[in-house]
Write a protein that binds this ligand. Structure first.
Ligand code: KG4
Ligand code: ZN
Length: 333
């Protein structure tokens, strides 16, 4: 069976086709980065309008390049939340309308479940159960995953998400949107001169707090000459603090759950330093670590097609109502 996946929750229009036996057939992504960078961040109304412009042509191109037609598609999966309301509605309305016209089911997918299952698209996928660290622009979640749909929230960020902290720190260093990637590139030139705190690691628990790091970066920045080297040094100190904090909490989560497998996904998991530090920690613990390939760390249609496929197998089919949930806690399903 072929599942069409549609992702429009934020600033990327992603589409993909997943096949039950053959795996991922094809995926396409249109990024709105260039359009939003003029404004220093995502402008929700512009995001929605651009999804409207790009989505149908992308689906046509996807089918054409996959040598498939609408009659091959068994179900349509779409991101129903969380995300930007207008952007989500474009994907939801398109998916539901196509499903109605093609007389096939639509499957509503939780965006973070898409991220969580993205490593399953790789050649050696992780086996259940495992601990998942989801680090994106909107969420920082530690989850015990027993199987698809069986999630136990172990910890989350009490304030800024990891990606949000990257983006805000990047902004104060004068880097343009999307700041996370730019900050990590700048950090490569940094020297280990500053040491930032590892927030909430001196007490028990698996929750995170990243907003203090951003303030620490601001104070450090204001108290130095603001040279390019200063900026690179601050970027490095910030990135190391986030990476170490994530590693400390993940180690705790593995020990607490007596699990040996860590899955890391979401936009920030594309960060090479974070990948390296988490890999080192898991190796020391005698465990195994899994990441999606970098292009599937950030938003994409492939993870939605795959999550939709797994949900479809579980009989989760959406009624005809076109609805989107900008806020949707993962613990609700
Ligand atoms: O998963 P994602 O594409 O979208 C959300 O669901 O939010 O994550 C986007 C976030 C942004 O905050 C972006 O700055 C961050 O992931 N990000 C990175 C890197 N690549 C993307 N942060 C640090 N280093 C990176 N290489
Ligand atoms: Zn995402």
């Amino acid at each position: 069976m072929y599942i069409l996946g549609i992702e429009t929750s934020c600033d990327e229009t992603g589409v993909a086709i997943y096949h039950s036996e053959r795996g991922l057939i094809h995926h396409l992504l249109y990024s709105q980065i260039e359009m939003h960078s003029e404004y220093g961040g995502v402008v929700p109304e512009l995001a929605s309008r651009d999804h409207i412009r790009k989505l149908i042509p992308l689906i046509k191109q996807l089918l054409h390049e996959s040598d498939l037609t609408k009659s091959n598609i068994t179900a349509i999966a779409y991101t129903a939340g969380p995300g930007l309301m207008g952007a989500l509605l474009v994907g939801a309305a398109t998916a539901q309308s196509l499903a109605f016209a093609w007389q096939i089911p639509a499957v509503a997918v939780h965006h973070m479940e898409g991220h969580l299952l993205a490593p399953m698209l790789e050649e050696n996928p992780p086996k259940f159960p495992f601990v998942a660290l989801l680090i994106s622009g909107g969420h920082t979640l530690l989850v015990k995953v027993s199987s698809v749909g069986q999630y136990e929230l172990l910890g989350e960020s009490l304030d800024d998400a990891a990606g949000e902290a990257f983006d805000k720190t990047a902004k104060l260093l004068g880097l343009n949107y999307p700041g996370g990637v730019k900050l990590s590139e700048l950090a490569k030139f940094g020297q280990a001169r500053f040491r930032f705190p590892r927030p909430m690691t001196d007490r028990p628990g698996l929750d995170f707090s990243f907003s203090g790091l951003k303030t620490f970066a601001l104070n450090t920045f204001q108290n130095c000459d603001k040279t390019d080297q200063d900026k690179a040094d601050i970027a490095l100190a910030f990135q190391d603090a986030v990476a170490d904090t994530l590693a400390i909490k993940c180690r705790r989560a593995l020990q607490q759950t007596h699990l040996k497998t860590l899955v890391v996904a979401g936009g920030v998991s594309a960060n090479t330093k974070i990948r390296a530090i988490l890999t080192e920690m898991v190796t020391k613990e005698g465990g195994k670590i899994f990441f999606p390939r970098p292009e599937f760390c950030t938003d994409n249609g492939a993870m939605i097609a795959y999550a939709g496929y797994r949900r479809f197998l579980m009989g989760q089919i959406q009624n005809l109502e076109i609805s989107a949930r900008p806020r949707w806690s993962m613990s609700e399903f």
